[in-house]
Design a protein around this ligand. Structure first.
Ligand code: AAL
Length: 416
């Protein structure tokens, strides 16, 4: 029998079986998309919409939403000249019949010179937009019009943690007391990098007074670790009777900094916090935004990394996977999370919050402003408008994302 005879047979067999398979599976996929996974051979993509996502279509996916934005009333930005900035809002809580939010407020003689020029920063001239900042708070009865109440956390005396700047805070309510976790800078951001650990202050009322613990509560990681330089965006939730703080860290080489998120857990708000051995637990995103959902934890993952613009879910609060892909996500999203501290295993989700727009103002006027976002990531709301598959942007939105001078010249020069 000729050398390649076996192949011909195997080839014929393969042809036959695939024809059989095709014949068997060739019943066309149904016109009406089954809500449940059909018992048939499926392509990987079809497997995914049934196995990976809470529902095969966005409109039925409780963890899919569009995001809508509303300009806030009540905050003055000194004519947008860059001397006043408000950014990185905290989760919103509802107490005493009103909503409370805390945020980074910078009110400096000069606008920031930029992290790259940190060497030119002084005691009055900030490097970054969040340098030389304090933590202030505001209240609202409807979440649209806010009344700024004043400072909550001032910069402590040098050399205490946060003497250069206290920023990017988030709130915890635990056993009737309130805790604000925040980034405590001991040098102008940009001196080496955006380096800082996390500190904490506590109070008996959301109106303060706040007592600083004047100690680092979530330290930087050991030398060589992903979080050796920066512990950013501390975000506490209560789970399994403990305090779970998610945080972000910047690592890797400029200019493409890697941003990922980790987790640290403690039995006492003042620590000690133990970092989770599986850190990082979220590979993308920037500022942290999470909320209890069903028995697990959901996360808004925007801006940076391979899985940006996704909403993710972890039944155990640790192992996150993509639950939906969305767009125009709120930066530094700070949702109103009604059950953030109730240690629930039946998280109801979120419908609104505050966020920020950075790089406002012209050159040399950089500052950030707070904004409201609305969405439907709630088990108790069904807003079809928020479940639209896409946003139809006006052409000017695309044109504003225009080619740079360098790109235009390269293309004009016909260079690859
Ligand atoms: C924000 C946050 C942290 C960083 C800086 C201010 O987006 O990630 O707070 O330090 O940028």
């Amino acid at each position: 029998m000729k050398k390649n005879a076996p192949t011909l047979i195997t080839f014929a067999l393969a042809q036959f079986s695939s024809v059989c398979l095709l014949a068997e599976e060739q019943v066309p996929f149904p016109y009406h998309l089954p809500k449940e996974k059909p018992d048939r051979k499926l392509s990987e993509a079809m497997e995914r919409i049934y196995d990976n996502y809470p529902a095969p279509q966005p409109e039925d996916n409780e963890l899919f939403s569009q995001f809508k934005y509303t300009e806030l009333k009540g905050f003055d930005y000194h004519g947008g000249d860059g001397t006043v900035s408000r950014r990185d809002p905290s989760k919103i809580i509802f107490e005493n019949g009103k909503y409370y939010v805390w945020y980074t407020k910078r009110d400096t003689k000069e606008p920031p010179v930029g992290m790259q020029r940190a060497a030119e920063a002084t005691d009055e001239i900030p490097s970054a937009d969040w340098d030389l900042s304090e933590i202030w708070y505001a209240t609202s009865v409807d979440g649209f019009t806010w009344e700024e109440q004043g400072v909550a956390i001032k910069r402590p005396e040098k050399p205490l943690v946060g003497w250069r700047s206290v920023t990017t805070t988030d709130i915890l309510k635990w056993q009737g007391k309130y805790y604000l976790y925040y980034q405590g800078f001991m040098e102008a951001s940009g001196t080496r990098g955006d380096d800082c650990p996390v500190a904490v202050s506590y109070a008996d009322s959301p109106e303060g007074p706040w007592t600083p613990a004047n100690k680092v509560v979530i330290p930087n990681g050991p030398e060589g670790a992903w979080d050796q330089y920066s512990i950013h965006d501390p975000y506490p939730l209560v789970r399994d009777g403990k305090i779970w703080i998610y945080y972000k860290s910047d690592f890797g080489r400029d200019p493409h900094k890697v941003r990922m998120q980790g987790l640290a857990i403690a039995e006492d708000p003042l620590g000690p916090f133990t970092k989770h051995p599986l850190n990082p637990v979220i590979t993308s995103g920037h500022e942290t935004s999470l909320f209890p959902f069903k028995e697990g934890v959901a996360a808004l993952v925007y801006k940076d990394g391979p899985e940006h613009n996704t909403i993710q879910y972890a039944e155990d609060g640790v192992n996150f996977s993509i639950a939906s892909i969305t767009e125009l996500m709120p930066y530094a999203a700070a949702p109103y999370v009604a059950d953030a501290f109730s240690d629930t295993k039946d998280g109801r989700g979120i419908t609104w919050g505050l966020a920020h727009f950075i790089n406002q103002g012209g050159k040399g006027e950089y500052h950030s402003i707070l904004v409201r976002f609305d969405c439907d990531l709630s088990l108790d709301v069904n807003d079809p408008e928020m479940k639209e598959h896409r946003v139809n942007h006006r052409p000017d939105v695309y044109y504003r994302q225009g080619l740079s001078k360098k790109q235009r010249e390269r293309i004009k020069a016909g260079k690859p």
